[in-house]
Design a protein around this ligand. Sequence first.
Ligand SMILES: Nc1ncnc2c1ncn2[C@@H]1O[C@H](COP(=O)(O)OP(=O)(O)O)[C@@H](O)[C@H]1O
Ligand SMILES: [Mg+2]
Length: 339
Amino acid sequence: MISTTNVSLRYGKRVLFEDVTVKFLPGNVYGLIGANGAGKSTFLKILSGEIEPNTGSVEMPAGQRLAVLKQNQFAYDDQQVLATVIQGHQQLSAVMKEKDALYAKYDLGTATDADGERLGVLEGEFADMSGWDAEYQAAELLSGLGITEDKHYSLMSDLGASEKVRVLLAQALFGNPDVLLLDEPTNNLDAESVLWLENFLDNFENTVIVVSHDRHFLDAVCNYMADLDFSKITMYPGNYSFWYESSQLALRQRQDVNKKTEDKRKELEEFVRRFSANASKSKQATSRQKLLQKLTLEEIKPSSRRYPYIAFKPEREAGNQLLSVDGVTKLVDGHPVLK
Ligand SMILES: Nc1ncnc2c1ncn2[C@@H]1O[C@H](COP(=O)(O)OP(=O)(O)O)[C@@H](O)[C@H]1O
Ligand SMILES: [Mg+2]
């Protein structure tokens, strides 16, 4: 779980966030959406502590661990692939390094009693963090993302750009973080890795917050939308399509002043019912049911965003008869499909 209380941030005159108080709970995948430049990346940086808000605070339960998908593809160039993944768990990685340094002193015969005691402490911490499984788990993540074993001990600098992205993704996912922040994770990922990630997130039981411009991906993984608009964040249960369609419906309803409230409520209920029927993933199905039970018209706000589109205006309305065919026959592999 991760939450914010009254977080505000401004750059000069531009107000990015004003008194944002939100809570992200385990078991959910939140899609953080908003216009370009609305502050999505900045908000993730506030959550991770990279940026300090002007006012307000970020809270996480004591002892929980947060992981971020690193954006700098060159940051680990001088390190091995497997070690890069394990560095996703900073505490474990630090213990491993200190342990190695102390064992090296034993090899040289320069270790002291104090070194021996320290090693005892480190071995305990290492075991508590499932250190013995670390390499196996890192290797499994890498293989899942198509980085074959022959590359696990290569230097990061020897990998291609698309491979580096996958290693950094494995790094973020490594060690089952309590909170996972992903900013545009599908950028530069091949279709197979995107599918693998969708499946991984569907089985992930902790808290995920993801920014993505890929609507298909948001639909596949998210069961909540966190909409960043008007310097606030509003939560909506459901995936991206549900958020988009319902906010468009709210916009149409708001413009239609003649329609009675009761009619609008019925239209909304019918809309939610249709959408619930299509819920494929279990996470989504459950939140849709909850949504049905308590959704009110006032809760769905029309978005302030304008979507660019290309419109073709026909010169005249289409008539009743759009197409007529006469005596068409079609064979596919010798079988008639039209006769
Ligand atoms: N360090 C900074 N100083 C001033 N303005 C900034 C800084 N960082 C980001 N911004 C501005 O804040 C806004 C939000 O940026 P960003 O979080 O990257 O948006 P998004 O990820 O939603 O596209 C943008 O208008 C950007 O120009
Ligand atoms: Mg961004």
